[in-house]
Ligand binder design. Structure first.
Ligand code: HEM
Length: 210
């Protein structure tokens, strides 16, 4: 009797925890963006502070480690920021932080900025100083759904080097360790022109099959 109560309690606790842990199947879901006609494999973290990340890799990515990709990022926050770690952790990985910013490159009221960052500690990531190139292809800010999205090319983004530390996402392995974080707090540009953000409210990691 006691055992079955314990088992029932364990099952109830597990049921409430497990769906959150398994929100992203490694295989992802295909999505074709109608504007750029690009097909991505996407992974979704559902909910008000969730996000969807999509990857379109070169055809050779399973044979030779890719360095470039086209990305899709939809963040379920209107004025906050969300980010992806291309190394599966906050530290020692290339981080891409996105936020709705009318002053960013596309120069429309729908523009979304992407700031590459890097840190070796659990504190505000510094600007990434390595060599990469991010080109926005489209961006939308949707006040009604309180979300923004962007499509961008990211050249030299799947390998990184900062402060003597190097890393890479090995696309030839067929599996990538990725991570995400999101905050509803609006980023601030400080007097030096750099981005100030506060710690994410939600974060997590997943394995992506590519
Ligand atoms: C002011 C900025 C930030 C602060 C102060 C901060 C702080 C932290 C702290 C303290 C943790 C550990 C939480 C725990 O173990 O309980 C953490 C984890 C994490 N952070 Fe951040 N963070 C910041 C920005 C970012 C950004 C920009 C990203 C991604 C783009 C990110 C991604 C993650 C992820 C994925 C984790 C969990 C996985 C891991 O431990 O590496 N963080 N952060």
């Amino acid at each position: 009797m006691y055992c079955s109560k314990v088992a029932a309690t364990i099952l109830t606790v597990a049921a409430s925890v497990l769906p959150a842990c398994h929100a992203q199947a490694p295989a992802g879901t295909p999505y074709t963006d109608p504007e750029t006609n690009t097909t991505f494999t996407t992974w979704e973290i559902p909910g008000p502070l969730g996000l969807t990340f999509g990857l379109a890799l070169p055809d050779s990515a399973r044979q030779v480690d890719a360095t470039d990709f086209t990305g899709y990022l939809k963040c379920n926050t209107a004025i906050g920021w969300c980010g992806i770690s291309l190394g599966g952790a906050m530290t020692d990985s290339l981080l891409l932080v996105a936020y709705a910013d009318p002053n960013s490159k596309l120069e429309t009221e729908n523009a979304v900025a992407i700031s590459p960052r890097y840190t070796s500690t659990y504190s505000l990531p510094a600007p990434y100083t390595g060599n990469l190139s991010i080109t926005p292809l489209s961006a939308h800010v949707d006040e009604s759904t309180k979300s923004f999205e962007t499509i961008f090319t990211c050249a030299s983004c799947l390998h990184w080097s900062q402060n003597g530390t190097e890393g890479r996402a090995k696309t030839s392995s067929g599996m990538l360790d990725l991570a995400w974080a999101i905050s509803p707090e609006k980023p601030v540009i400080d007097s030096t022109g750099d981005l100030r953000i506060v710690q994410h409210e939600k974060e997590g990691t997943w394995v992506a099959q590519v």
